[in-house]
Design a protein around this ligand. Structure first.
Ligand code: ZN
Length: 249
């Protein structure tokens, strides 16, 4: 088979043997691409030192006929993001973003959107002075791309406006007005939370950095997003546990 050429961000990289590495790339056109970089750890290898998270570059690989693990032939750096890994907190943050993005990057359509979202976040790494807000900003866009963020504009039951305290139905993953919520299992969400989620959805990362939320609003939003992320990602997110330990809102 002829080699495939594309661009990609290193989202996972680990040693496989003494000389080779397993490297996953998030690409704009092929979703998640898993490769074996043979000989990458040899001193003379042209791949040596380039396959670190979250480097972005041109890659060439030989597709496997029998599995989803391909052979990496070449990787040339386009951009690297030293600011994204400058501190333990930011490094934990971007490892989580990378794992989250790759967990859903199946096929070109969704993969393309997630690739753009991750690249956009990496390019703004130096503006990330509030990681908890940055995380909410990313997760909301992520869930939106996946099509699992329930629309905020109207009640999913009657289509009426969402005013006052609304309720979230985990079973249906939707927002309901108090009238439609009667008799169903729901949790109450105060109006400020809905307004904040709407604001985060509509605004650039730079503006969201300055958003002030009460500890209670933070907890509610984090809980909701965690629930929605867990419902949409099948695997356990290892990087999230670490991020929760090093970055607290
Ligand atoms: Zn209703």
């Amino acid at each position: 088979m002829p080699p495939c050429k594309t661009r990609g961000i290193v989202v996972r990289s680990r040693d496989y043997t003494e000389t080779s590495r397993l490297v996953n790339f998030l690409t704009p056109d092929s979703g998640l691409v898993k490769t074996l970089a043979k000989g990458a750890l040899r001193p003379a290898s042209p791949l040596r030192g380039k396959l670190e998270l979250p480097n972005y570059g041109h890659l060439v690989y030989y597709p496997s006929r029998t599995s989803d693990l391909h052979v990496l032939a070449q990787f040339d750096l386009i951009e690297h993001f030293p600011r994204a890994v400058a501190t333990l907190e930011r490094s934990a943050f971007f490892h989580y973003l990378a794992e989250l993005a790759s967990a859903a990057a199946f096929g070109p359509e969704l993969g393309g959107g997630l690739f753009q979202l991750l690249l956009h976040s990496l390019r703004r790494a130096e503006q990330l002075n509030a990681l908890p807000q940055g995380r909410i900003w990313f997760e909301i866009r992520y869930l939106y791309l996946l099509g699992v963020l329930p629309p905020l504009a109207a009640c999913a039951g009657c289509g009426g406006p969402m005013a006052g305290t609304v309720r979230f139905s985990p079973a249906e993953s939707s927002w309901l007005c108090p009238k439609c919520a009667a008799g169903r299992e729901t949790v109450a969400v105060e109006p400020g939370v809905i307004a904040a989620v709407r604001y985060i959805q509509d605004n650039r990362l730079e503006r969201v950095m300055n958003l002030r939320l009460s500890p209670r609003q933070f907890r509610t939003i984090r809980g909701l997003l965690r629930y929605l992320v867990d419902s949409s990602v099948e695997k356990k997110l290892k990087s999230r546990q670490f991020l929760d330990q090093v970055v607290r809102p």
